[in-house]
Design a protein around this ligand. Sequence first.
Ligand code: NAP
Length: 541
Amino acid sequence: MSGTDGVSSNGNAPMVHDVVVVGAGFAGMYSLHKLRGLGFDVAVVERADGVGGTWYWNRYPGARCDVESMQYSYSFDPELEQEWEWSERYSGQPEILRYANHVADRYDLRRDIHFETTVERVDWDDDARHWHLQTDRGLYRARFVVMATGCLSTTNMPNFEGAETFAGPTYHTGNWPHEGVDFSGLSVGVIGTGSSAVQAIPVIAAECQELTVFQRTPNYSVPARNEPLDPGEQARWKSNYREMRAKMLEQNAAMVQRLPDGEELAKEADAAEFYDRMQQRWDVGGFTFYRAYSDIALDAESNDRVAQFVRDKIGEVVDDPDVAAKLTPHNTIACKRPCLDTNYYETFNLPHVQLVDVSDTPIERISQAGVVVDGREYPVDAIVYATGFDAMTGTLLRMNITGRGGMRLADHWDAGPRTYLGLGVAGFPNMFTVSGPGSPSVLTNMIPSIEQHVDWISRCLVELRERGTATIEPEPDAEAYWVDYVNAVADLTLYPTCNSWYLGANIPGKTRVFMPLPGFPPYVEVCEDVASDNYRGFALA
Ligand code: NAP
């Protein structure tokens, strides 16, 4: 089942493949490599002109991975693990993109990736039992589709009145110009203070003449403590990679921390012990801070104690008490995605950096000369939107997917995304979502999560092929059970207590449902169990 049926990609006859994968980021690249190796005819469609997904688009100044380099990489090939050299504790975007390109070359992936191809609609044909994917480069037909579309791939651009009248350039962190931007001598406005802004602000501040940051909600940030990667540390990982990878998979977030997880309750620790432990983790840097006690994400009192530690740090670091007060969050810590930084709070001590609080008085409009808040115009030469993404569902819904009987995914997900295991959707046969809503995805180190999903999907496709099974799709009851289960697990935590993109709360009008599932190891166990039990909860035909 391969080839083009003798008709060019611009003609009417479809290009036919066993599997069409949408997206050539880390999920799409591994899907192609794995499925091709298993004998499937696979095509990947990708709207960009290169591989890398997130790391292709997010080229903003300071873009860097919050997961340490030795853990943010593929594990599927020990030779790849050994040959690639990382240079920093946390890799910057250019290095990760080089790695993605290296992988594409090493496994000859590009010959099956159709770049600059945007999917416009995806329709299931019930009679023929295959999918049609209409793209701007022609029609594809495939028995299976794998949506490797990423969790943070549709940017959120606020609809500010007058935005089109602004005289200078505007940028979004998630769609940054490839040639880079020179901010020297300019007055720059940054809108947003999430993870992207927390990384970008210190770097832009170092370059520009004036920086004005428009903050709607202050964020907690912990020092990353990035540094050149110690060659000894890299060698230790490489000589022990199998054991370390196995250890990663035993962790809730699929990554090993520099310090062991604390087993005690934060609220029960005595003051000196609490301070020493938090300070040690503050000094070590990274997400190990959030693993100091076992109940930080579960108990409001413990959470607030940890939050207060960070609030106190902000007060110590930031010179101007008014600015420090504005930068100090009062919501639950880590219920929004935690930020890691390099000199974020310190940047607000610089004389050319000002903070504008837009929590009570939202940005009113964009004028020709700048940003208007509460009747006052803040003149800027360029605006950086660090305003995030329509996370987890935005890209899937944008593709106009229809399943059995012409059912629209947008209608099926009207009250929030519904999946079984975050892998499939009832009424949408033979469609798999890699790190889809309802799977641990964004609460984990993404690459191990991606590998687990792609391995599961690959095993499934091989077993279907061996049995001569034409279709697989979640049973509605299994899907309903899973949606309830994800909500029940999330409700055991403090995650749903603030307005995060995990809940869809950052997009006006989006239904609020907690989308990812906390806890990687138990999830993997369920997936294995379901597959071994003849794909329990899936209808096979
Ligand atoms: P984000 O966390 O959603 O932050 C968006 C920011 O824009 C928030 O401060 C938000 O304020 C603000 N905002 C949105 N609309 C606004 C409006 N109309 N007016 C004023 N402010 C507005 O997006 P992000 O920073 O791009 O990060 C998204 C996710 O990407 C992260 O959480 C993380 O998972 C991932 N990421 C990872 C890394 C890494 O690994 N290093 C780096 C960057 C991003 P509110 O908080 O009030 O909504």
